[in-house]
Design a protein around this ligand. Structure first.
Ligand code: ZN
Length: 658
């Protein structure tokens, strides 16, 4: 039996103006005209998700069993430094200005892992380190062992752009929040709060002086700390760090341009997200977080400008940003060379920015970007065995091996990957968003209790998703299924009943509102053909070229599979087949076809490139006649090769304004 499915728009938008005023010394008051509240939507905590089977179950097992143990090998410098700062006399070299952040990123990774998979021994190890951090903390609350050991001043005004005090403290705070949320232990949170109080006193206290750390991170962490603890002073400090930018308050240590640390202009005047791509994406997350925490329309506008700047004009098809090696920076609009720099940490930063933009705007296209970055740039950053990484993630590369570049990226990648459950499922009061389709069990807290879901899927290899309600609550609950940007057609079945003519609402979701019963089953099946994509005509490196994508997975050609050559030339009307290769690269679907000369060619997922030793790699390959066409490109970066108008689905659709 077939039925037309009425897809309801259920998200609450707009509303009454809020007139609460916030002021900081010497700054304009903030205007409020919008009512989105922090906490209206909440990503699921790691303890409420258990990823099992499918694509992510085996990967998470690798990250638990190999990545975390491997990561401890690189913590010696950090632990020695903390012991010295605690008054001990350890032998051996100590860390540098930013190294301590790596320990905190690892602690956050472990905390998220413990949430889904308790491990008493691992937890004891962390408890011991927490005790050490407590001993290294100065009586006034400041904790950054490098500064203490070097005898340098706290928040040194002559080195604020380079000393990383705030970057380190931000990661300490994020680790502390995750550890408390997933173990119930608050010793690290107490340490983080004392450190944040010291920062508040230093900058906003009676003798406080304006300034901010040049590596953004503390802003987004303070917003979270305010939400978790209910103490607005942390949000106020984050606000000050953002507002003080662009006012000449920090003296650069070197000749580095102010845009490098987002200090070229006041935030309300910044049109684009510029500068060091990691700092910039972290900064943008802080701005989006403040927009939520303050119901601030100006910050909401700024966050949206940064979002459009990045995802409409400055993002590779893999979800990477920051193509310039010089200053590890964003370039101009459409400056997206295939051999660009594209640091892993910038992709991690973009995912968290995308998550906050979803919490802010409730729109599926922010998750489209999150998914693009996750399945491509972020997964490419870590090797399949979980122990090696890439600092850079170019789309065109030759004979470069992965290595243990234990700088900043590996623990950033691991903590990002342990957030997949929280990216996948977001809860509102009486609504659930399934944003990513990942196999596992979800315990979703709602008003008055929780709803249990079990998701079975092989996504991204297959567009079939089965959602089983394991228990529910009385009353109508909206289950919102994200309709991905790449998906052009799908079918839906509810308890065996087929629905046709389904289409997403204007936020990009199928919204199923009903009184759910235990054992209800939803089957959502997305057609997942191989697509050839063309790029915006101003992306010079992609002119005359196409990239292959299936579902959210971008493919690349590796010399190993293609007679030593990756620079494939496709025929005029290439036909592709998808092959399941459980034996290859941890189990992948490869795309096979023929080049223009009739020779067989094979593409593998971009994320799996360079896992079999050195090999040349290409994502964008030539195809005679490939053209960006005459379509209107405003708000678009990549779209199907056959698409000639703006009426069909595109990869980065322009969001409709509220
Ligand atoms: Zn990095």
């Amino acid at each position: 039996m077939f039925k037309q499915l009425a897809v309801g728009l259920i998200l609450v938008v707009g509303g009454l103006a809020c007139s609460r005023a916030e002021t900081l010394p010497g700054l304009p008051s903030v205007s409020f005209n919008w009512v989105r509240k922090a906490g209206q939507y909440s990503p699921l905590a790691a303890k409420n998700v258990r990823l099992e089977g499918g694509f992510w179950g085996p990967k998470m097992q690798i990250y638990r069993e190999r990545t975390i143990p491997h990561s401890w090998n690189y913590m010696d410098y950090e632990l020695r430094s903390l012991r010295k700062a605690a008054g001990e006399h350890p032998d051996g070299p100590l860390n540098n200005t930013w190294g301590e952040a790596n320990l905190y990123k690892l602690l956050e990774t472990v905390a998220l892992s413990l949430g889904g998979h308790p491990d008493a021994e691992l937890e004891r190890k962390v408890d011991g380190i927490v005790e050490l951090i407590g001993r290294a903390q100065r009586p006034n609350g400041y904790v950054h062992a490098f500064i203490t050991n070097e005898g340098k001043p706290e928040w040194d005004p002559a080195f604020l752009d380079g000393s990383h005090d705030g970057y380190v403290l931000g990661h300490l705070i994020e680790a502390a929040i995750a550890y408390e949320a997933n173990t119930g232990k608050r010793a690290l949170l107490d340490i983080a709060m004392r450190a944040a109080d010291e920062a508040w006193e230093h900058f906003l206290g009676p003798a406080g002086k304006p300034g901010f750390c040049g590596h953004a991170e503390l802003e987004l962490a303070l917003v979270e700390l305010a939400r978790v603890t209910g103490r607005p002073r942390y949000r106020d400090l984050a606000l000050a760090f953002v507002e003080w930018r662009g006012r000449g308050l920090v003296t650069p240590f070197s000749a580095t341009p102010r845009a490098y640390f987002q200090d070229a202009l006041p935030v309300r005047q910044q049109r684009n997200l510029d500068g060091h791509a990691v700092r910039a994406t972290f900064f943008a997350s802080g701005v989006a977080g403040l927009a939520l925490a303050l119901d601030d329309g100006d910050f909401r506008l700024a966050a949206n400008r940064f979002w459009e700047s990045t995802t409409w004009r400055r993002m590779a098809i893999t979800g990477s940003t920051g193509p310039r090696a010089e200053h590890e920076a964003f370039g101009e609009d459409y400056e997206l060379p295939n051999n660009g720099y594209y640091e892993s940490c910038a992709s991690c930063g973009l995912l968290d920015f995308a998550q906050r933009m979803f919490l802010l705007e409730g729109r599926g296209e922010t998750v489209d970007v999150l998914e693009r970055g996750l399945y491509n740039a972020v997964l490419h950053g870590i090797s399949l065995d979980g122990t090696n990484s890439y600092y850079q993630n170019p789309l065109s590369d030759g004979n470069r091996e992965r290595y243990n570049s234990w700088v900043c990226c590996p623990p950033n990648l691991s903590r990002t990957l342990f957030k997949v459950g929280g990216y996948a499922c977001v809860a509102g009061a009486q609504e659930i968003f399934l944003n990513l389709y990942v196999a596992g069990k979800f315990e979703v807290p709602l008003t008055g209790g929780s709803m249990g879901l079990q998701v079975e899927t092989q996504y991204p290899w297959d567009g079939r998703v089965s959602i089983h309600v394991t228990h529910s609550l009385p009353g109508r609950i909206a289950l919102n299924l994200r309709w991905p940007d790449w998906c052009e057609s799908a079918t839906l079945r509810l308890n065996g009943e087929d629905f046709t003519s389904i289409k997403p609402n204007d936020r990009g979701y199928i919204s199923l509102q009903r009184a759910w019963q235990t054992n209800d089953v939803v089957e959502f099946v997305m057609d997942m053909p191989v697509r050839r994509l063309v790029a915006h005509p101003l992306i010079r490196d992609c002119v005359g070229k196409v990239a292959l994508q299936r579902g959210p997975v971008v493919y690349g050609f590796e010399g190993l599979d293609n007679g030593g050559m990756a620079a494939v030339v496709l025929g005029e009307n290439p036909q592709f087949r998808v092959e399941d290769r459980p034996d290859l690269l941890g189990g992948v679907r490869v795309v096979t076809g023929q080049d223009a000369a009739g020779h067989p060619v094979t593409a593998i997922p971009f994320y799996a490139l360079a896992n079999r030793g050195k090999s040349v790699q290409e994502v964008w390959v030539s195809q005679p006649g490939a053209s960006s066409g005459d379509a209107w490109w405003e708000g678009h970066l990549y779209r199907p090769a056959s698409e000639k108008t703006t009426t069909k689905a595109s990869v980065t659709p322009k969001p409709a304004r509220q």
